[in-house]
Design a protein. Structure first.
Length: 378
């Protein structure tokens, strides 16, 4: 399991002086407004700098990403220190916090039988490689909103997913232009590998309503960063993959639990993960299924499991690329495009319980039958 490894690898102590270690490898990681000492230990042939990580057998891809994120954190802290806490917006957010509006939570807290869609923008991934070209994230987010998405997710990790913080700002700006309209702006979640509270402050200042916390990357630090997220006015999607990670998320006080169907060790995807963990999530929490949802039948399966929402990226970006959405700066699009049709189909009241799963998508068996949803008929 991915939970016991951390305590055997890292000791983190909040104090004002350096720790002594038997190997003499103690050092202080620079932190804004906090004193955290990290004791480094070797893990195999690799010297890790993750402050509190995941369970036994941490995937190499996640290990390298977290190492890279700490470098980004250090660079941002140096920038804030150079500019000055009072002058830098991220520094002020860290210091002052903000009132929590719970826009992300409200958008996903659906009534039974309804399924919200978190529509994601990403260009590539470590598991899939190239996914699709997105030259205008704002335009793509508009198509998602028009199709009925409840939330827009933006990847901001460049090396692994091809996204940037500017993508997030562009999407937020586009969505905020819909204030006063119906439907209104979609809340935006920054999807990245959060390892420090300064990244949360950065997301808040960029206009995000929520951030992602991955238990596999945080271990017992999940509560620390969840509390920091709420203090800075944001919601958190707390991502888990197995029972041990779910326990950490629940003990931390997670209000929105995301079940990732992708195994980070093997990259294998199975919706059975969502099915297995759903009954272990207490009533009253918002439940989100992530990864492996490729067509309406998958979405209906998740809906039948009583999830509040699904997070979908790859299929939507590829569909949008085929129809040109988000590939050009023009706001004109032909009637219904494939990405919007997919979102409508995901949200429809279909259910595999009412028909043969091999024919339901084509014959329209089940609730909401015979609806025409963009270029997809069910």
């Amino acid at each position: 399991m991915m939970t016991a490894w951390v305590n055997n690898c890292f000791d983190v102590t909040h104090c004002g002086s350096l720790l002594e270690s038997a190997g003499g490898v103690s050092w202080r990681r620079p932190r804004l407004l906090r004193g955290t000492v990290l004791r480094r230990r070797k893990v195999g042939s690799v010297v890790m700098s993750v402050e509190d990580g995941v369970g036994d057998g941490m995937p190499d891809v996640l290990r390298s990403i977290i190492e890279r994120k700490w470098k980004e954190v250090d660079a941002l802290k140096e920038e804030v220190k150079r500019v000055g806490e009072d002058e830098h917006p991220v520094g002020r957010r860290l210091r002052d916090g903000a009132e929590r509006k719970k826009r992300f939570w409200k958008a996903l807290n659906t009534k039974p039988g309804n399924l919200a869609v978190i529509a994601e923008i990403k260009r590539k991934s470590p598991s899939k490689g190239y996914i699709g070209r997105v030259s205008d994230p704002g335009t793509l987010s508009r198509a998602y909103r028009d199709g009925g998405a409840a939330v827009v997710s933006v990847l901001t990790d460049f090396e692994g997913f091809g996204g940037t913080l500017d993508d997030l700002k562009d999407v937020v700006k586009t969505q905020e232009s819909f204030k006063g309209q119906f439907p209104g702006p979609c809340p935006v979640i920054r999807k990245d590998f959060t390892v420090d509270e300064i990244q949360i402050a950065e997301a808040a200042e960029a206009g995000a309503s929520a951030i992602l916390l991955i238990v596999a990357a945080l271990g017992n630090r999940t509560k620390e960063l969840l509390d920091a997220t709420h203090r800075m006015g944001l919601d958190a999607l707390v991502e888990v993959h197995d029972e041990d990670e779910l326990k950490i998320a629940l003990d931390a006080g997670a209000e929105i639990v995301g079940v990732n169907n992708r195994n980070l060790r093997t990259f294998e995807v199975s919706l059975e993960t969502s099915e297995r963990l759903r009954d272990r999530i207490p009533e009253g929490l918002v439940c989100v299924a992530e990864s492996g949802i490729k067509d309406p039948l998958d979405a209906w399966k998740i809906r039948d499991m009583n999830y509040n929402a699904i997070l979908v990226g790859e299929s939507l970006v590829q569909a949008a690329e085929e129809t040109g959405v988000g590939m050009v700066s023009s706001m004109y699009q032909p009637g219904f495009n494939m990405a919007q049709g997919l979102i409508r189909a995901y949200r429809s009241k279909g259910s595999i319980a009412f028909g043969n799963p091999t024919t339901a998508m084509f014959s329209g068996k089940g609730e909401g039958a015979k609806e025409t949803l963009g270029e997809i008929s069910i």
